[in-house]
Design a protein around this ligand. Structure first.
Ligand SMILES: [Zn+2]
Length: 161
């Protein structure tokens, strides 16, 4: 079986998994990761995945550099869930997907590319896109440029919690 979220290994190879080069920590300033940041809330942030598995593949993370789900504060947990719902609503409005994969990869063995900074993936799905599990090891062609998608999604994250 191929490693889940394999493209994230690129960040690892490039040394971006260190706190001082952590894409999520950089994104807390509203910059970084080629400015794929969608919004920064009080304790969390949302950004596009630079290595998406489908058009509209988003990441929701706490602003704090924290790896373990049981180290999240109640506020962070609540904000993460609220922003997952916000992301789903935004994607639904903009792209009308038929389903979603939402989840966490905790630990390198589970496929986390940046295991030191916890982040939720939300991947919109359409009937006819490739089966999720067979997709993972492959290079996907994503029909819309990430930057274009980012620009369209950003207004929905004005009220990010
Ligand atoms: Zn970080």
């Amino acid at each position: 079986m191929e490693v889940l979220w394999a493209p994230w290994r690129m960040s690892y190879i490039l040394g971006n998994d260190k706190a001082d080069g952590c894409i999520f920590c950089l994104a807390t300033d509203g910059v970084g990761a080629d400015n794929l940041v969608l919004g920064v809330g009080r304790s969390t942030l949302a950004m596009m995945n630079k290595y998406p598995y489908n058009n509209g593949h988003l990441l929701i993370a706490p602003k704090r550099h924290v790896a373990a789900i049981d180290e999240l504060t109640e506020e962070e947990s609540a904000d993460l869930m609220a922003n997952l719902a916000l992301a789903k609503k935004a994607l639904q409005t903009l792209m009308n997907p038929e389903g979603y994969n939402v989840g966490l990869n905790l630990g390198r063995v589970a496929g986390a590319g940046i295991e030191e900074h916890l982040h939720f993936h939300i991947v919109p799905r359409w009937g006819g896109d490739t089966n999720f599990m067979t997709v993972l090891g492959d290079v996907r062609s994503v029909p819309e440029h990430i930057e274009a998608t980012c620009e369209k999604l950003r207004p929905f994250f004005k009220n990010i919690r």
